[in-house]
Design a protein around this ligand. Structure first.
Ligand code: DP6
Length: 349
């Protein structure tokens, strides 16, 4: 027999960034972060997990290619899930898995991203969240989303925020064992649904410095990171929560852009410096800044993760349509900029 579960998880984009760990194994961050989860059907990971007594070891295929599961992160997630697994009875007669059986059983996992992997589009977030969620369903783990977020966190920090839709806060927590480092939902997906997110794919190539090693180097060498984590982010988190609660787009945009810029500033303050953005990214920033200044009030917010692609958040469909026009004007298809636009959230634009 084979039992399978399939799940789909959207990616999330941080508007107040997570950068830096206080514990590398448990993946505990040095500051809180806030993200927005994208619509489930746009940038997402689909994962099927299967269990069978015929499987002799755990195997995983990502976008059709087999990948190794020997890493500590996967093993940590699996250990946590096994310790919480329940009894399962299959629909067909005769399938009965007890809590103890999970220790010996192995999984086959097939996962697809519908967007470029490791190009700074937070693919690990959707991937690990989906893996933990689908395995939890298969293994009849009864924990709520917050507890599951603490498991997904051990796969990849940003993954813990993808367990919820809408606006999500990852609370850094204080405990050494990480039990209070969990994600909570600040507002659901309906709360501010006139926002439109456009991702300008500047490059779909794999990034040179992974987030994991980049943030390690920053913590080891940057003098700015401590100031950011201790002084700047705590205040910004409070202001961002307020902006989200009040659907205050000017405040939201100001905080989002400032936090993205500071994140890239600490990358530059790292030794050796890390450059995630390229010339096209910088041109997009200038274009948005000029437009916002011209209008007198922000129309669009930009944020860049560990790669050159721009995530642009506009406050309504009209602003998003104008933004797309501008992007196409400044970065025409087939120009050197290699820009393909993905429209998220509203297909009619
Ligand atoms: C820039 O979650 O990919 O996207 O925890 O080492 O797996 P690990 O790192 P990861 O880092 C994401 C960094 C970021 C900012 C963010 O998503 O908050």
């Amino acid at each position: 027999w084979v039992l399978t579960v399939t799940a789909q998880t959207p990616t999330n984009i941080a508007v107040i960034k997570y950068w830096g760990k206080r514990d590398e194994d448990l993946i505990l961050p040095i500051n809180d972060s806030i993200s927005v989860t994208l619509d489930p059907h746009h940038l997402c990971t689909t994962t099927s997990v299967a269990v069978s007594p015929a499987f002799t070891h755990d195997r995983m295929w990502l976008n059709g290619k087999e990948v190794s599961l020997s890493g500590g992160r996967y093993q940590n997630c699996l250990r946590e899930l096994r310790s919480r697994a329940g009894d399962v009875e299959g629909e067909e007669k005769g399938i009965k898995i007890t809590k103890k059986d999970w220790e010996k059983l192995h999984f086959h996992i097939v996962s697809y991203n519908n967007f470029p992997t490791a190009a700074g589009l937070a693919s690990s977030a959707a991937g690990l969240a989906c893996l933990v969620f689908s395995l939890a369903k298969l293994m009849n783990v009864k924990d709520d989303h917050s507890r599951l977020s603490a498991i997904a966190r051990q796969g990849s920090g940003s993954a813990c925020r993808s367990l919820y839709g809408g606006f999500v806060k990852w609370i850094m927590g204080k405990e050494q064992n990480g039990s209070d480092s969990i994600a909570v939902q600040l507002a659901d997906e309906k709360h501010w649904d006139d926002l439109v997110i456009i991702i300008a794919v500047v490059s779909s190539r794999q990034k040179e410095t992974s987030s994991t090693s980049g943030m390690r180097e920053t913590v080891e060498t940057s003098m700015l990171i401590e100031h950011r984590a201790k002084e700047v982010v705590p205040k910004r988190i409070i202001q961002m929560e307020e902006a989200i609660k009040n659907r205050d787009f000017p405040a939201f945009a100001r905080l989002t852009c400032a936090d993205s810029n500071q994140f890239h500033a600490v990358c530059l303050d790292t030794l050796p410096p890390i450059f995630y953005m390229n010339d096209t990214s910088h041109r997009i920033i200038s274009c948005v800044e000029k437009w916002n200044r011209f209008e007198g009030t922000p129309q669009v917010a930009y944020t860049f993760d560990a790669g050159p692609n721009a995530v642009l958040i506009s406050h309504n469909r009209k602003a998003a349509a104008l933004l797309l026009q501008r992007l196409l004007f400044h970065f025409p298809p087939n120009s050197d900029a290699d820009l393909n636009s993905y429209v998220i959230g509203d297909k009619t634009i």
